[in-house]
Design a binder for this molecule. Structure first.
Ligand code: MN
Length: 747
């Protein structure tokens, strides 16, 4: 196991002003915390964070990152707490270690290859600080190096996860060395047979061609000497996984791939790169279509190098990478490499002179953040701040949440459980009535956060409320809600149309069936039965016209009674839209006739299955009511004694017989307008509100209509359960000392 002083020495090699105290403190703290814990291998647990720290010293990371590596498992696996780490090492270190703890929780999530991309994004979104991610990758690398000690069942899962998530992540962060090693170890476990075959063949080929390789290396070195270019030439050992992947992807045979030798030429300056290239191309012929200049056009992950393939001295194909030392480090360590360059702030900013300052490529992609931070950095005067300032702003516009089964759903920021439900499936969204977020029931308006587990509670009876449209942020949810709302409204109208027709036919002594509409669709100029029903419900077709269309012989024998005249006589005989006659009492008289309950249209409230609205003064169960058809918006329900009804006296076809159909499952309150005369005294308004609230009623709106020095008359639009409830409330209001009178308006 590495000793304390050895770790410090490692950092000292690249950072002479090393913060020895921080490293020592973290070393001792982590060692004590992990105590006698053991790894699966039987080694002391502390050897693991120590090795992770060592990997990061190879990448020349700063002390905070190294110390984070030492502490990375303490919160999760020992008695250490965030508060303790804050206190001992400062909140910045605390935040880094906590970041690692959060990422560790993700290891428990089920991973499927198809959601790997989202998981990588989630990792980035949660990490917040690039150092957290670097420690995580080093942690994973060490776990992979010691994977043999894990139980067999776990090995495959961890290896697959590494292949799908961590290796590509390392690659995108520009850390090719890390990526290659992760892939190669993972390959060994994911496909052991292929791994063994490819590795053995590679070793064989290497043995066979040792002489040729040495020869090529010599020729290249001689060439550069001739041109006085200071260059290091190394042959590149191909990795089993990259050979295997190329074989698979390009359907190439092993032989086709393995006859290619790879060399890397590392020089001092960008200028030397091009001089070396010139020397090579003028000496040997190049293979067409293989030349790539990633120096003038860097890859999006900041990779810079010249690639070319030539027909070599002994007629084999030779792949060459030409780059500067700095480019080489960036290619190996990616993001991590940026931390160690002191000359980042180069005035030119285009890399022409020192080959270090990266060129900012114009195209935008997921790595824009990297370029952005680099830009910031080249403007700033302290390049050492690089890591500290590299907050991961990547995917800040997205949140990533899980289904209870571990499926990952990517949503735009601000998304709600409703968006989540629709993202899973339209049916799930349409039937969504509630949500559990991380196991707790939460409002459907809750803004989801990264890593939230969301469980949707569903009900078959649900119709998505139109109001959701303004809550959701995804287009998919919005259009689905719009569609469902439209369908629900259409269904309401067709339901109403059916009932109206049933009554109309019944009154005409005929039996109504939907099928009977089929032969007369053309006469009614509608394309299907549903259309006819909806049109009747909307008041676009009169029920009598449908009746006459189905039964051409039918004669309407009843007389239309002038309602106005009837009303003046104290009661009215009203003929409603179904052609039905019924009697309603005038204000002074009670109706003695039994109402034909069964033939009236049942009213269950605005949330029922019919398009219903209430008169401005309201109507509550217990009130005797009548409906007025409002073309295009269904039935408006009025208390039968409402004076506003006189406005419809000359339109008897709009009148419709309705009845309450309320049972104990009805959870809807009904509107009633009440006029209250309050005595002007401090607290009188509060008194009134108190009476309303203590009676389990709501005030919907309140307006003052007259104020005098001694009293105020106000209108309250209340929401109550029924007439009994309303009357009880009115009498309690009257009893209240702040109230001189309370009565129903128009009731
Ligand atoms: Mn670990």
């Amino acid at each position: 196991m590495m000793r304390q002083y050895e770790l410090v020495e490692r950092v000292q090699r690249y950072k002479s002003d090393v913060n020895e105290a921080l490293l020592n403190k973290a070393y001792v703290y982590a060692m004590q915390k992990h105590g006698h814990q053991k790894r699966a291998s039987g080694d002391p647990y502390f050897s693991h964070p120590l090795e992770v720290a060592a990997i990061l010293t190879d990448m020349h990371m700063d002390e905070a990152t190294i110390a984070t590596a030492l502490l990375h498992d303490t919160i999760e696996d020992t008695t250490a707490t965030r508060a303790e780490i804050d206190e001992l090492f400062g909140p910045e270190m605390g935040k880094l270690v906590e970041g690692l703890t959060k990422l560790k929780k993700l290891d428990l999530v089920s991973k499927k290859a198809e959601q790997a991309e989202n998981l990588r994004k989630l990792l980035l979104a949660i990490s917040e600080d690039v150092r957290v991610l670097l420690v995580k990758l080093a942690d994973r690398l060490h776990n992979m190096r010691t994977l043999d000690h894990m139980p067999e069942a776990k090995r495959l899962r961890i290896a697959e996860e590494t292949m799908d998530i961590y290796a590509p992540l390392a690659g995108r962060m520009g850390m090719q060395g890390m990526r290659e090693e992760l892939e190669d170890i993972a390959f060994r476990y994911v496909n052991p047979e292929a791994y063994r075959t490819v590795t053995e063949r590679l070793a064989e080929i290497f043995q066979r061609n040792k002489g040729v390789l040495a020869e090529i290396e010599k020729s290249l070195s001689a060439l550069f000497e001739k041109y006085t270019i200071h260059a290091t030439v190394t042959s590149r050992q191909k990795k089993a996984w990259s050979v295997f992947r190329k074989m698979e992807a390009k359907a190439l045979s092993f032989e086709q791939l393995s006859d290619i030798f790879g060399f890397r030429v590392v020089v001092d300056t960008v200028e030397d790169c091009y001089r070396a290239l010139g020397a090579i191309h003028t000496t040997w012929s190049m293979v067409p279509g293989r030349f790539k200049d990633y120096i003038s056009t860097p890859k999006q992950n900041d990779y810079r190098s010249i690639h070319t393939t030539i027909v070599g001295p002994s007629r084999q194909r030779v792949e060459l990478q030409i780059r500067t030392h700095e480019m080489n480090k960036i290619a190996e360590y990616g993001v991590a490499a940026h931390s160690v360059y002191k000359d980042f702030g180069s005035k030119e900013g285009n890399g022409k002179t020192n080959g270090v300052a990266p060129t900012i490529s114009k195209d935008t992609n997921a790595y824009a953040w990297l370029r952005r931070t680099i830009e910031q950095l080249s403007e700033g005067d302290n390049p050492e701040d690089f890591l500290e300032n590299t907050k991961l702003e990547l995917f800040q516009d997205q949140v990533f949440c899980f289904t209870p089964k571990g499926m990952l759903i990517a949503l735009p920021r601000g998304a709600t459980p409703i968006d989540f439900a629709y993202a899973v499936h339209t049916d799930v969204g349409d039937s969504c009535v509630g949500a559990k977020v991380n196991g707790r029931i939460m409002p459907l308006m809750t803004e989801l956060k990264n890593g939230d587990e969301v469980e949707i509670i569903r009900s078959k009876a649900q119709v998505p409320p139109a109001a959701w449209e303004s809550v959701v942020v995804t287009g998919k949810a919005r259009s689905a809600i719009r569609r469902a709302t439209k369908n629900a409204i259409r269904k309401q109208y067709s339901g109403l149309g059916t009932r109206i027709l049933e009554r109309a036919f019944e009154r005409g002594g005929k039996r109504f069936s939907k099928e009977s509409l089929k032969p007369v669709l053309h006469r009614l100029a509608r394309k299907d039965i549903e259309d006819v029903l909806t049109a009747v419900g909307r008041g676009e077709i009169a029920s009598s016209d449908v009746l006459k269309a189905v039964f051409p012989d039918y004669k309407d024998e009843r007389v239309t009674v002038a309602p106005k005249q009837q009303r003046e006589e104290g009661w009215s005989r009203i003929r409603n839209a179904a052609g039905m006659l019924f009697q309603i009492p005038g204000r002074s008289r009670r109706d003695k006739t039994k109402r034909p309950e069964d033939s009236a249209v049942p009213i269950r409230g605005v949330r029922g299955d019919l398009p219903v609205r209430f008169a401005p003064e309201g109507a509550v169960p217990g009130d005797r009511i009548v409906g007025i058809m409002q073309p295009g918006s269904g039935i408006t329900v009025y208390p039968i004694q409402s004076p506003s009804l006189t406005a419809f006296d000359d339109q008897p076809e709009r009148w419709i017989d309705v009845r309450w159909d309320i049972d104990e499952n009805n959870k809807e309150r009904f509107p009633a307008r009440v006029s209250v005369t309050a005595i002007n005294a401090p607290g009188s308004l509060a008194d009134i509100a108190q009476v309303v609230a203590s009676n389990d009623a709501n005030i919907h709106t309140l307006s003052m209509i007259r104020t005098a020095p001694d009293f105020t008359e106000m209108l309250l639009d209340l929401e109550v359960w029924d007439l009994k409830h309303l009357n009880r409330l009115l009498s309690q209001l009257k009893e209240n000392s702040s109230v001189s009178d309370a009565k129903r308006v128009n009731g």
